[in-house]
Design a binder for this molecule. Structure first.
Ligand code: SF4
Length: 349
């Protein structure tokens, strides 16, 4: 087995499903997030104002995103604001984003298959009629294989889930990406997620009943968490058995609550080596048929306060593969072979 076949990569899943690569078109639909609004006390402590807007839509940042750190953090410039727009304005911006992304993905990668991805903030945080209007509008712009919506457990209910499930008639798959980050309530409280593990599980089961595929977002190395806590989160993931997970290393963007904690010396941020170790630890403890859609964060370097020396995505993936081969690790190993005391925790490349 080579490095990437040691875990179930998203690329493998897409090739098996469509016979070729399919590309996400990330869209900011002008949604907000209940956790960032007045009662949310400013949102998750690691959240800055971009709410995961795709980098190719942050025009002012595009040229800076690939630049190295220059010795000081630049002043923060908020992204173009897609929120507080009228419905026609939101539609116009959705259309522009789709056309721009299609052009970029086609010229850069020769992309032929596309998936519509409501990526920014909470893509179900609106009235069902508005959601229907926006999803319909976007899906009519061009041919999409999948509808993918990123959201929070407290932004889903039976009516919204039924609406999402209706799109099975129009696309090959409907996915919801649901933020959990950790399976431990004290951690969720500490990072101000604004929901509990139990609320997450309830939303997960509602989605599962509707046939919608689910990808769970997780962060490894959150404040107060090490191997034991990651094992507990892996246990929950194993029980729930989503179709996919998206793993994220702990990162601290500029202008976040977490940066203040970090500046006061109240928390540590995992290095590349530590995230490699956490990642393999986690992968060994989840079923081998769960798709791994992401392994590290994509925050542009000029917005990232820490970690500053984290390896680029490609290098991380290559190192992870080598580490798994050299130590004979693979996704699901602990579930198949029992839990071993001698599981490697440090990088051996
Ligand atoms: S749920 Fe997402 S958008 Fe909302 S505060 Fe947390 S990280 Fe930010």
């Amino acid at each position: 087995m080579n490095g990437e076949s040691r875990y179930y990569t998203y690329k493998t899943y897409l090739m098996n499903t469509y016979g070729k690569s399919a590309y996400r078109i990330g869209v900011d639909g002008g949604f907000s997030c209940p956790n960032r609004n007045s009662n949310g006390l400013g949102g998750c402590s690691y959240c800055d104002e971009t709410g995961a807007v795709a980098v190719y839509h942050r025009h002012k940042e595009a040229s800076e995103a690939r630049q190295p750190y220059k010795g000081k953090l630049p002043g923060y410039e908020p992204p173009e604001n897609f929120q507080n727009k009228t419905l026609p304005e939101r539609k116009e911006q959705i259309k522009n984003q789709i056309m721009q992304a299609k052009k970029f993905l086609t010229s850069r990668y020769g992309a032929k298959l596309f998936m519509l991805y409501f990526q920014a903030f909470s893509g179900t945080y609106d009235q069902p009629a508005v959601l229907r209007d926006l999803y319909d509008f976007a899906l009519n712009i061009m041919d999409f294989k999948e509808l993918i919506v990123s959201t929070r457990p407290d932004c889903l209910d039976v009516e919204k889930i039924s609406l999402l499930a209706e799109y099975h008639d129009r696309v090959e798959d409907v996915w919801v990406e649901l933020g959990l980050q950790s399976g431990i309530n004290t951690t969720l409280e500490r990072i101000n997620r604004g929901h509990t593990v139990e609320q997450f599980v309830a939303a997960f089961h509602l989605l599962r009943k509707s046939g919608i595929k689910i990808s769970i977002h997780l962060i490894l190395g959150l404040p107060g968490e090490k191997y034991e806590e990651i094992s507990k989160t892996a246990e929950l993931i194993t029980k729930l058995h989503p179709e996919a997970v998206k793993i994220h290393n702990l990162h601290i963007p500029n202008h976040t609550q977490m940066l203040s904690e970090y500046s006061r010396g109240e928390l540590l941020v995992p290095s590349t080596a530590r995230h490699l170790s956490y990642t393999t630890w986690f992968l060994e403890r989840i079923p081998e048929d769960i798709i791994i859609q992401r392994l590290t964060c994509d925050t542009p370097r000029h917005r990232l306060a820490a970690p500053r020396l984290f390896k680029k995505k490609g290098e991380f993936i290559s190192q992870l593969g080598k580490m798994m081969v050299n130590n004979n690790l693979h996704q699901g190993k602990c579930l198949q072979e029992g839990f071993q005391d001698d599981v490697v925790k440090e990088v051996v490349v």
